[in-house]
Design a protein around this ligand. Structure first.
Ligand code: ADP
Ligand code: MG
Length: 366
């Protein structure tokens, strides 16, 4: 099959690296000249809302997917008007994943609790919302945020104006959440096929700093079979509601063993990169299998730890490769502050300890 991917970053690149051995070819639509997926497929350079670019992208494509969720609605309209091929996961999943209010509403509908929240459209209504939620709280743009961008922590109601000016939200405004004193952050990566088969990977435990994922370990320690089953059941219910085909990620806060839903990503996810080496079938291969109508692969996994390489060139790449069980992924992106430029996965029973040593050696721990 020819698989069309909206977006040509590292996630698209890793999708192709998993899908090419299965006999698929890849086409990427991305406005960036230096889209890193260009190494592994045909790169159509153009805006997502450019009808001509969409036509060139769709030529010969059998199924369309995406590697980021902030696809402009105008692009979806163009695709719907032109494509006789399926968009997987579908438009419902994409629209839900584009708006934090829609995500939280869906989470509640399937019985996944969320932090107490309010929405606001203006600095005035944000004042009211913050007064109702109390401080500390987190204000987030409903749309377009990622890697902690478009959000601010409020320590006092006096911070409202500053937060609004800093976020400068576009329509439909912001969401205000109670600050959650979580024990840890967890995520589940799940996959659903067109025929409704469902699989989930073991929960990963994720450490964020400055809103950016730094480390994941999987399976997360101290996870009871009930907790794993609860997380999987939430993913399954959400995917069934959305008639979902492909990989979905859900981020949770673990509050004393209780899961609160934070957000979802209707795509392959950074907290699942460890599955490339540690799982029978990685999140990338399973996404490709699902959208191409192939049977899903096993999610059975060995222990692993993943370290994100952020913002700067790695001085000691060969040092990483010297470590047994360590795998280096370099995305070929220009290093820039806060930008994810690669990751390292370590597989094996001592993966977490090895990752701690390695992160210290690479100077990644502050
Ligand atoms: N309500 C909250 N309480 C405490 N920490 C939060 C809250 N919301 C977000 N965070 C922290 O900020 C990180 C990024 O927020 P998230 O909502 O996941 O946005 P993004 O789309 O940028 O990943 C989270 O992983 C978590 O560490
Ligand atoms: Mg997040």
């Amino acid at each position: 099959m020819v698989i069309g991917v909206l977006g040509g970053g590292q996630l698209g690149r890793m999708l192709a690296l998993a899908g090419i051995p299965l006999g698929h070819r890849f086409v990427f639509l991305d406005p960036a000249e230096d889209a890193v997926s260009a190494d592994v497929g045909r790169h159509v350079r153009g805006e997502y809302t450019d009808p001509d670019a969409i036509d060139r992208f769709l030529s010969g494509v059998d199924v369309v997917t995406f590697e980021f969720e902030n696809i402009p609605p105008a692009a979806l309209d163009l695709l719907a008007a032109r494509a006789a091929v399926p968009l997987r996961p579908g438009v419902d999943a994409l629209r839900t994943g584009q708006d934090r209010l829609f995500e939280k509403t869906l989470f509640r509908e399937v019985g996944l609790e969320v932090p107490d929240f309010r929405v606001a459209e203006s600095p005035e209504s944000l004042h009211t919302a913050v007064a109702e939620i109390g401080t500390p709280c987190v204000v987030k743009s409903r749309r377009m945020g990622y890697d902690g961008k478009g959000q601010a922590v409020l320590r006092s109601p006096a911070d409202v104006t500053r937060a609004w000016d800093q976020i400068r939200p576009t329509a439909p405004g912001v969401i205000v959440e109670a600050f959650v004193p979580f024990r840890r952050e967890l995520s589940v990566i799940a996959v659903r096929s067109a025929s409704g088969r469902f699989e989930a990977y073991p929960l990963a435990q994720n450490r964020h700093e400055g809103g950016i994922l730094r480390r994941s370990i999987a399976p997360a320690p101290d996870v009871s079979s009930e907790l794993q089953a609860t997380a999987s059941a939430h993913a399954k219910a959400i995917m069934e509601r959305l008639a979902y085909v492909g990989v979905l990620a859900i981020e949770f806060f673990d509050v004393g063993g209780r899961l609160l839903g934070n957000e979802m990503a209707p795509r392959v996810h950074n907290s699942g990169h460890w599955t490339i080496e540690a799982s029978e079938c990685s999140q990338f291969e399973n996404h490709v299998r699902a959208i191409a109508g192939m049977p899903l692969g096993s999610t059975s996994s060995r222990p692993a730890a993943m370290i994100n390489l952020i913002g700067r060139p790695i001085e000691n790449a060969l040092g990483v490769l010297d470590i047994a069980g360590a795998h280096l992924h370099w995305y070929g992106k220009e290093p820039r502050a806060g930008r994810k430029v690669g990751h390292v996965t370590i597989v094996g029973a001592d993966a977490t300890a090895t990752a701690d040593d390695l992160a210290a050696k690479l100077g990644l721990d502050r």
